[in-house]
Design a protein around this ligand. Structure first.
Ligand SMILES: NC(=O)c1ccc[n+]([C@@H]2O[C@H](COP(=O)([O-])OP(=O)(O)OC[C@H]3O[C@@H](n4cnc5c(N)ncnc54)[C@H](OP(=O)(O)O)[C@@H]3O)[C@@H](O)[C@H]2O)c1
Length: 280
């Protein structure tokens, strides 16, 4: 029998429900990818994070159908790539994603990267607002947006993103951006929440906190995200590790433990500064 974890939800600024933890699907492709995503739904995952550029929207849509769950029990995120920026481009991108997913609604549609040198993220956002009005997507948000970009987006359109999905892990806790999100009612979502495993899980302080709670280092890191008020989307292809990652709602870190983990800060791990990094 599969042991299922109940992952709590929060409410986004547009009234939609949103899980406190989800599944990253980057690199989950082909039949093994579908099987891994279905396994995650059996363990209690309800938020599945894909993107046009992951090349696996077909697999995610197939996993939704094979999960045996009602469509309304799952929340699918996709993302508009740089090459589809622009008002019309955004709408066409959403329509293509729907076709590839084989679904009639995307629950959360994000702009993947702002690509500032192209200067089209504002028009892309206006296209997403239109896509929402047409009922193609339920919630709209962004990814890798900075405070000045978010400020301009809201000032010029009056529509606040529901979510900003950004690089966030104990090496890069993003305190200033999270405080801004909290003030504006934007939900933070953490990409690469385990710092892609790296040496983070072997950090002595994380090991000590894990031993104190009788949990694993991975669970400590994911619990840290949850208590910061950010939704982590760890990727795992392995059903056992997926279960371990979701099982972080039965213990609580103290303020001191959260501080000691946040003190691992050293900055971005990859070349992902949204003012310069661009993806097409
Ligand atoms: N918006 C953006 O620009 C952006 C950028 C990057 C990523 N993302 C999203 O964020 C998701 C997560 O980020 P990520 O995939 O880069 O990195 P991650 O989730 O931080 O780490 C994934 C790595 O950790 C391993 N892992 C997972 N659970 C583990 C456990 N319990 N114990 C030991 N190792 C474990 C995985 O291996 P196994 O699979 O073998 O378990 C994989 O190698 C992506 O899949 C994607 O959906 C978004």
């Amino acid at each position: 029998m599969v042991c299922m974890v109940s992952i709590p939800n929060v409410t986004l600024n547009d009234g939609a429900w949103f899980p406190e933890l989800g599944l990253g699907t980057y690199n989950l492709n082909a039949d093994e990818g579908i099987a891994a995503i279905v396994a995650a739904t059996r363990s209690g995952y309800r938020l599945l994070d894909t993107a046009v550029n992951y090349g696996n929207e077909r697999e995610v849509g197939e996993a939704v159908r094979r999960s045996g769950l009602d469509r309304d029990e799952l929340l699918i995120t996709s993302k508009i790539p740089g090459r589809h920026h622009g008002f019309d481009g955004a709408i066409v991108s959403v329509e293509e994603s729907l076709k590839t997913l084989g679904l009639d609604r995307i629950d959360l549609q994000l702009i993947h990267w702002p690509n500032p040198s192209a200067g089209k993220w504002l028009e892309t956002w206006q296209g997403l607002i239109e896509a929402r009005e047409r009922g193609l997507v339920r919630s709209i948000g962004v990814s890798n947006f900075t405070i000045p970009m978010l400020t301009r987006l809201v000032d010029e359109t009056g529509v606040t993103p529901a979510v900003n999905q950004v690089e966030l892990h104990p090496y890069f806790p993003q305190a200033e951006l999270r405080a801004f999100h909290a003030e504006r009612g934007i939900r933070t979502e953490s990409w690469s929440p385990l710092a892609r495993r790296s040496e983070l899980l072997a950090e002595a302080v994380i090991g000590e906190v894990a031993a104190a709670h009788g949990v694993t280092p991975t669970q400590v890191v994911l619990r840290w995200h949850v208590q910061l008020g950010s939704t982590p989307i760890p990727k795992s292809a392995d059903p056992e590790r997926q279960r371990e990652n979701a099982d972080v709602f039965a213990f609580e870190l103290s303020h001191a433990e959260i501080s000691v983990i946040s003190a691992l800060e050293r900055g971005r791990l990859w070349d992902g500064d949204p003012d310069h990094h661009e993806e097409m």
